[in-house]
Design a protein. Structure first.
Length: 103
């Protein structure tokens, strides 16, 4: 009889709908508000104008889409920037050919 204990997701209680952080919802709702205001003020008459008016909503929605192994696209972008902008020092803990030859 194989019994496995699977740990519960500790972040699920902190997330809204078990997916979104509060910042994610603020970002998505601000994109929605900006898009609605542009549509109401500019009243686009062409498809190109409508796509431009919906661009803030589409960009913000893209940033909060959940993806595997990360929280969402915004977190991937933040982690990539952090990885390339921070200094990386790795301590050598291994063997080398020179050490092996000297013995």
């Amino acid at each position: 009889m194989n019994l496995y204990i699977i740990p519960a997701n500790p972040k699920s209680g902190k997330l809204i709908f078990n997916i979104f952080r509060p910042f994610d919802l603020i970002l998505a709702s601000s994109g929605l508000v900006v898009s609605v205001l542009i549509i109401l003020i500019a009243a686009p008459k062409t498809l190109q104008g409508l796509v431009i008016a919906l661009a803030p909503l589409l960009i913000c929605a893209f940033l909060v889409i959940p993806i595997p192994n990360y929280h969402n696209v915004l977190v991937v972008i933040q982690e990539t920037i952090r990885f390339f902008s921070n200094r990386r020092n790795y301590k050598w803990e291994g063997w080398s050919v020179k050490e092996d030859e000297s013995e």
